[in-house]
Design a protein around this ligand. Structure first.
Ligand SMILES: Cc1ncc(CN)c(N)n1
Length: 223
């Protein structure tokens, strides 16, 4: 405890408080259609191309979280560094998948919702954004994917076999553990943060949910 009067599990409380929006982000018709096998493959390909561009942008975001972490001499460094290091593999994975699906990544441009998300991510590279806010944002971005794709491989799924690799990437037990580590880091950082930073982190949490919903919508409809 803390400057902001924050309990240990602030992030869990936020998921409960914003449950409806959390559900809209993690049980979106796009991922539900993967799970029930009704996905239109052209929407999947759009998502894949757009997410490749997102992840390229995410590299700079994660690097900025790492930098903030290092500046405050934190023991969280190894977890965050692991996340940064895994992005190299992730970009290779996107390139392989794109080749499998006949997508030319060089000719893809970001759609509106993706660009909006890029702008949001870039705002975190400012030194004024404090670590607790940045790491909490990092946690919820990863968690939306973990929860969404994890559901696609839970019991009863009819996920097409050619999409199982995608779902495993973010839905695996290993990725879940990584998200849980980030959640513990976020909770501990928030517990030591001033009240105004906790408020900013909650606003960023809500904004991520909106942006993630927008990203699924964009993938479904090219908006
Ligand atoms: C839009 C989005 N959100 C989250 C993730 C998981 N890093 C992602 N790849 N793309």
């Amino acid at each position: 405890m803390d400057g902001g009067g924050v309990e240990a599990s602030t992030t869990a409380a936020w998921i409960e408080r914003h449950q409806q929006m959390y559900e809209r982000a993690t049980r979106h018709p796009f991922t539900i259609s993967i799970r029930d096998g009704t996905i239109d493959l052209s929407t999947f390909k759009r998502w894949l191309s757009q997410d490749y561009l997102f992840v390229r942008e995410f590299v700079a975001f994660e690097a900025s979280v790492l930098l903030k972490c290092c500046k405050q001499d934190s023991s969280d460094m190894e977890i965050i560094l692991g996340g940064v290091a895994s992005l190299s593999d992730e970009l290779s994975w996107f390139k392989n998948e794109a080749a499998k699906w006949g997508i030319d990544l060089a000719s893809v441009s970001p759609l509106k919702s993706n660009m909006e998300y890029h702008r949001f991510l870039r705002s975190f590279t400012e030194p004024e954004v404090i670590y607790a806010v940045a790491v909490t944002t990092f946690w919820i971005i990863e968690t939306v994917y973990q929860d969404s794709f994890g559901f696609c491989i839970e019991e009863g799924n009819k996920t097409p076999p050619e999409l199982l690799g995608t779902c495993q990437r973010w839905g695996s037990a290993e990725f879940k553990q990584y998200c849980q580590s980030l959640q513990r880091i976020a909770d501990r950082s928030l517990a030591n943060a001033p009240a105004d930073a906790v408020k900013s982190a909650e606003e960023a949490f809500i904004r991520v949910l909106e942006l993630e919903i927008g990203f699924w919508e964009m993938s479904s409809s090219q908006s």
